[in-house]
Design a protein around this ligand. Sequence first.
Ligand code: NAP
Length: 273
Amino acid sequence: MTIDQHTKLYGVVGHPIGHSLSPTMHNAAFYATRVNAVYLAFDTTDIEGCIKGIKALGIRGMSVTIPHKSAVIPLLDELDALAEQIGAVNTIVNNHGFLTGYNTDAVGALRALEEKVELEGKTCVIIGAGGAARAIGFILKNHGVRLSISNRSVESGENLARYLDCSFVPLAEIENVSMDILIHSTPVGMYPHDEQCLIPREILTKEMVVMDIIYNPLESTLLKRARSQGCLTIDGLGMFIHQGAEQFRLWTGLEAPVEIMRGEVEQALRVGT
Ligand code: NAP
């Protein structure tokens, strides 16, 4: 494809951003669908300047990642209802200078889970109380899942549990809880600290579904433990691809080429970008 005067610009803004696989994923999607657009990574702490830049330069859409997902909210013209309820934006759509914020992390996690498991009526413990746990907890609650939150810091864990109207379990007491689904939603075990894992093997039983939202490495120590115990495992790549697919749909109005996006990101992970 040729970059010319009609090429539209998209990107991701965050800090740090060096390891983001969003450019790989979205450029593959634009190329496969013959959309004349490019997607770049912008490493910045200046979210206010970034929003001015999006408007001034007519950047059509932006992914938003750590640490800007909440800070960006007051700078936007409008919030989608789901993003407002979750309190975090990971996607901006620029419609002729009018910026709307969305949250596609929640839908991404939901689709990744629904590919493998029927959710209605299941019990689920989410480990973590950060932005991702909040988005996942919110959407699972809306899909009939009976939820508990577990977290290192009791205060932020209890705050999230209160917000989601569910129970809180201290991390040290998680072995006393029975669950159908366990979702790990902290950075523990991410490359280069692959060997780390918050969950002891003994609590993982073969009836459980275990999802780790980390996708680098693709099979975390938690997922290795879960697989060896006979659990159904779900890696973080599905959530990443589906949140990106929803961004692509919001930006272009087209269905995303999900399998191509997944293939490109898997390839990039294999070669270690
Ligand atoms: P965040 O807002 O920074 O939340 C961090 C959470 O992790 C907090 O609950 C924190 O507990 C806990 N935590 C951090 N270090 C810990 C440690 N050493 N021991 C125990 N708990 C620890 O991050 P986030 O945005 O929720 O993201 C969490 C992870 O999900 C990141 O690795 C991110 O890359 C990944 N993610 C993946 C996707 C995807 O598409 N697959 C999407 C979003 C995020 P305290 O409250 O005790 O500090």
